[in-house]
Design a protein around this ligand. Structure first.
Ligand code: ATP
Length: 199
């Protein structure tokens, strides 16, 4: 699996549609300060489902939309599309390529597409959680994060290793199962009450 292509349109500094193609192995994005290198990383995080405005280096949700420049008017919509080569089926879907699109409008509306079919953010998060590419999968290591890992407390470091090892998904599923169990126990207790009343 590797990131094959990214298309940006109206996302942060990328007003015009820009397409970047990547090859398997190491790829480097180079450019002068402020030319948009980190914005490309933000775009990848965003299309993979990042919801935290702070992680995306903004103050409000619409900061991902092109805000205008001396030559261009602000835009009303930001769109990012990525193509992931899934030749090894690490993403458990029967497609050799996964095409993800996220769009957002100034009105606050958002749209997600998985292989051109409209879907929910949750659908994207769920298919990515097993692959290690999700937003919590440490597939993106940002500036300062390595220093943070080296200086953090032992328990915090353990959490990072657990997340990298893919244990997070089991923790999420455990929590969901516990919630369902609790609801079922409530239902059983309610049924018991009804039976007692009927007897
Ligand atoms: P450095 O090498 O200094 O880290 P960089 O190449 O990573 O720089 P970025 O941080 O990706 O640069 O881009 C910063 C630029 O993006 C700034 O000029 C900023 O004004 C612009 N920018 C960020 N958000 C928006 C937006 N919503 N609309 C227009 N421009 C934006």
């Amino acid at each position: 699996m590797y990131l094959k292509r990214i298309e940006l349109h109206g996302f942060k500094s990328f007003a015009d549609r820009v397409i970047l193609e990547f090859q398997p192995g190491i790829n480097a994005i180079v450019g002068p300060n402020g030319s948009g290198k980190s914005n490309i990383i933000d775009a990848i995080r965003w299309v993979l489902g990042e919801q935290s405005v702070k992680t995306l280096r903004g103050y409000k949700l619409e900061d991902v939309i092109f805000a205008g420049s001396n030559k261009k008017k602000p835009m009303g919509m930001a769109e990012v599309a990525i193509t992931i080569d899934n030749f090894d089926n690490l993403i458990p879907l029967d497609y050799s390529e996964i095409y993800l699109v996220r769009r957002t409008f100034r009105s606050g509306e958002s749209e997600f597409y998985l292989n051109r079919t409209p879907c929910r953010l949750k659908d994207i998060q769920e298919i990515l959680i097993d692959s290690g590419v999700g937003k919590d999968g440490y597939s993106i290591i940002s500036q300062g994060q390595i220093d943070e890992m080296l200086t953090c407390k032992a328990e915090e470091r353990r959490t990072i290793f657990e997340e990298t090892a893919g244990i997070v998904k089991y923790r999420i599923r455990k929590k969901e199962a516990e919630k369902r169990l609790e609801e079922t126990m409530d239902n059983i207790s309610r049924i018991d009450d009804i039976i007692t009343e009927l007897l």
